[in-house]
Design a protein around this ligand. Structure first.
Ligand SMILES: NC(=O)c1ccc[n+]([C@@H]2O[C@H](COP(=O)([O-])OP(=O)(O)OC[C@H]3O[C@@H](n4cnc5c(N)ncnc54)[C@H](OP(=O)(O)O)[C@@H]3O)[C@@H](O)[C@H]2O)c1
Length: 291
């Protein structure tokens, strides 16, 4: 009898990669890709062993259908104001349906004190899962390398500039492909129950260094521009970003500036048996995004 693994947020940065990597595994599993919109999830239907189901974290009926006959869950919730409520709703449904293992995508240092806002939100969800009695594993990755594609590629392509407020602070960011590889191991392997894994890339890179690497790989000059926090806030307000999100982002940038996210771990190597992608390799593999 095959096992069914539900992947939530399956059109998102990490959920999609997890669905893709699970679909390629030579195991008796069925991947249920939970998508917010069936239209966006169309491409996932072409993957082997993948079925696509529409689910809205705020719509109980859709959750009921998505969780039916599910053995394990890879749970991602979006960076949204009500992310904690959404996650709790998912945990409640997982409990009702007797899910055997819940793998939650969290964030690095979620349990650190005094910590940071995003970490606190994730820790609140983690605690809720711990109290639910469901068998769990927490994956706590550092900043995604893919953020450079989603948030910075436009200014890099159009102006040859990378804007941040991180000074020469170093960040041990991680390639989402490595988070997904760990997720697959945790979902299909054993011995990961009740564990929390802090995941980073192999090295810490500052944003001036990131600009230089992107420039070298894409064969053009990319200049790092250090933006004062108040100017960064104005720029984010102009983009209609809500205050809670701006506060959380600026808090992170300031922590990066202070080198508080520069430590690396060897967890990816330990769990997957291979080293995580370097930043240079990430840029090479996504060169087109920056040209
Ligand atoms: N980015 C980082 O550097 C980083 C680092 C560590 C941890 N994290 C954590 O990673 C998580 C975000 O992961 P991600 O980058 O993969 O997010 P993402 O790309 O924004 O994907 C979020 C997914 O959730 C779906 N979604 C949004 N609202 C939904 C709803 N109401 N019902 C059902 N699905 C919904 C989205 O679908 P639609 O697009 O169709 O709405 C999308 O597929 C957050 O918890 C964040 O704190 C991020």
């Amino acid at each position: 009898m095959h096992k069914t693994i539900l992947v939530t947020g399956a059109t998102g940065t990490i959920g999609k990669e997890v669905a893709i990597q699970l679909s390629m595994m030579d195991e008796d599993i069925r991947v249920r890709a939970g998508v917010h919109s069936i239209i966006k999830g169309e491409n996932l239907k072409r993957l082997p062993n993948v079925e696509v189901v529409e689910m809205d974290f705020k719509d109980q009926d859709s959750l009921h259908a998505a969780f039916t006959h599910v053995d394990k869950v890879f749970m991602v919730t979006p960076f949204a104001k009500d992310q904690v409520e959404m996650a709790k709703t998912l945990v409640d449904e997982a409990k009702r349906k007797g899910v055997k293992h819940l793998v939650k995508l969290s964030v690095i240092y979620a349990d650190a004190e005094p910590g940071f806002m995003i970490g606190h939100w994730h820790r609140e969800i983690e605690k809720y899962i711990e109290d639910s009695g469901i068998t769990y594993t927490f994956l706590r990755p550092s900043s995604f390398m893919q953020n450079y594609i989603h948030y910075d590629a436009e200014s890099i392509k159009n102006e040859g500039r990378l804007y941040h407020s991180t000074g020469s602070g170093k960040i041990a960011s991680i390639d989402v492909r490595d988070i997904a590889a760990v997720s697959v191991e945790v979902l299909l392997g054993s011995g990961h129950e009740g564990k929390a894994y802090e995941l980073t890339g192999p090295e810490a890179i500052s944003n001036p260094e990131a600009a230089q690497i992107i420039g070298e790989v894409s064969g053009r000059q990319v200049q790092y521009v250090d933006v004062p926090a108040d100017a960064a806030r104005s720029a984010m307000l102009k983009k209609q970003m809500p205050d809670w999100m701006i506060d959380a982002m600026l808090e992170l940038e300031s922590a990066y500036r202070e080198d508080r996210f520069s430590e690396t771990t060897d967890t990816v190597q330990q769990l997957t048996g291979r080293p995580p992608h370097s930043f240079q390799q990430f840029v090479k593999d996504h060169q087109k995004c920056f040209e």
